[in-house]
Write a protein that binds this ligand. Structure first.
Ligand code: 5AD
Ligand code: SF4
Length: 445
């Protein structure tokens, strides 16, 4: 089949979990339209690149990916660029990459079927609107799940405008999806085989909505309602802003059994001057106080975070303050990045941009400390018995990889078990990035 009438498609998602979620919904929608997913190694007539704009040179990478898209006979498939690069670049994409047929932003992908119909006639199709009527209202209901761990986008967009970040421009203003829709979608995911649901949002803990009786609730209320869905065993949420970490949500970590002991709470920097320049509207002190309060109700909670080194104006002293916050917070896992300017954001034109050598050196020192903490956290698990939800096959024969409640990967050899099983594992060894153990036969029997 050809570009004029695509039958087989492939969606390639890059970047964050919200993109993974969007990619799954695009897949389900295209199947609902009568198309089929191309198998691994098989030609697709339509390729959707669901792009991410957060990393450096994101757009350049997309252009080079587009250049490489070829079918086995040398022809180009129908190409759709979706996601945040589509939103940010818009028309520029078709100008620089004439083989692209469709450009569609993250708030408009429910219109893909119409855009494909237009592209079939040989015309270019562009949709980067942020329509008032939500895509969620028109997407088909959730299908059977390929994995036991499902994503559910509950909130999108961001009104915080951190000075380095493109998200408020690419994903738009903060919106919360309605309560009833989320409960219904969660139930559909569980009916489809999901045992764990991760609630997603750029500012997931800013979620607000009216429950079935009209009462205004925060994310803690939604989590408590999901806790009552039978068959659902684990609830997670990501990613959160310190300022939206309410006392109610903190308390949920103490008394909602299905809410996993893991909190991803980015601080970005340990210097109050840099936090101010970043427009983060929290301080290192207020951040550390939140961690104390969460640990008070859930002492074993794993804390994760995001860091940017080399933000414009960051002095040696500012960076030392970041290391100090890391020592005090004691992370189980974290992501760290070199600052990179994003066109259109305030930080991109700030004075005192930091030299690359300094950024590299700071990033190395920060990552060495974070790795040390992560390894120490993993080592604490050795000798213990831990529950794991098996999520995928490992590289070795009969090996399965699962996740502990603290989101550590754990490898076991268990030829008789399957993806989706919840098992008890005796942890035998710990590396910086994962654990290994054996099935606890006593409990399993
Ligand atoms: N430069 C470096 N890191 C960034 N992040 C977001 N924007 C930038 C940027 N311009 C990081 C932040 C955020 C994570 C998703 O990506 O740490 O929390
Ligand atoms: Fe970006 Fe800040 Fe919003 Fe997070 S809170 S998405 S870093 S603007």
């Amino acid at each position: 089949m050809n570009k004029a009438d695509p039958k087989k498609f492939r969606v390639k998602s890059f970047g964050c979990q919200m993109n993974v979620y969007d990619g799954e919904r695009m897949n389900e929608m295209l199947v609902d339209q009568g198309m089929t997913r191309a198998d691994e190694g098989e030609d697709a007539d339509l390729v959707v690149l669901n792009t991410c704009h957060i990393r450096e040179k994101a757009a350049e990478k997309v252009y080079s990916d587009i250049g490489r898209l070829r079918k086995k006979d040398g022809s180009t498939p129908m190409i759709a660029v979706a996601g945040c690069v589509a939103q940010a670049e818009g028309k520029e994409i078709s100008r620089r990459a004439p083989t692209v047929d469709i450009v569609v932003g993250p708030q408009a992908y429910h219109r893909l079927p119409e855009l494909i119909a237009r592209a079939k006639t040989g015309r270019k199709a562009l949709d980067t609107d942020m329509p008032a009527n939500s895509k969620f209202d028109v997407l088909p209901v959730r299908q059977k799940q390929a994995r036991p761990n499902a994503f559910l986008t509950v909130q999108e967009g961001c009104d915080k405008f951190c000075t380095y970040c493109v998200v408020p421009y690419t994903r738009g203003a903060e919106i919360s999806r309605p309560w009833a829709d989320l409960i219904d979608e969660a139930k559909a995911l569980v009916d489809g085989g999901a045992k764990e649901i991760t609630l997603l949002g750029q500012n997931v803990n800013a979620w607000r909505g009216a429950d079935q009786s009209g009462k205004d609730r925060g994310l803690d209320g939604l989590i408590r309602a999901l806790d009552r869905i039978s068959g659902l065993e684990r609830i997670r949420y990501t990613t959160s802003h310190p300022n939206d970490m309410t006392q109610e949500l903190i308390e949920a970590h103490g008394d909602v059994a299905k809410l996993m002991p893991y909190l991803h709470l980015p601080v970005q920097s340990g210097s109050n001057a840099i936090l101010k320049a970043m427009n983060r509207s929290h301080t290192t002190e207020s951040y550390l106080t939140i961690l104390e309060r969460v640990r008070h109700v859930r002492p074993d909670i794993a804390i994760s975070g995001d860091f940017i080194v080399g933000f414009p104006g960051e002095s040696d002293r500012d960076f030392e303050d970041t290391l100090e916050v890391v020592r005090q917070a004691n992370y189980s896992q974290a992501y760290s990045f070199k600052y990179s300017p994003r066109a259109g954001t305030p930080a991109a034109t700030m004075e005192d941009q930091i030299a690359p050598e300094i950024m590299n050196e700071r990033l190395q020192r920060l990552q060495a400390l974070l790795n040390e903490q992560q390894h120490a956290f993993n080592r604490q698990a050795v000798g213990r018995t831990t529950q794991a939800l098996l999520e995928r096959k490992g590289k070795l024969d009969g090996q399965l990889v699962g996740k502990t409640p603290w989101l550590q990967s754990v490898h076991i050899i268990a030829p008789d078990l399957a993806i989706g099983d919840m098992v008890d594992v005796d942890i035998e060894s710990a590396g910086p990035n994962s654990l290994a153990g054996r099935l606890n036969e006593r409990i399993a029997a």
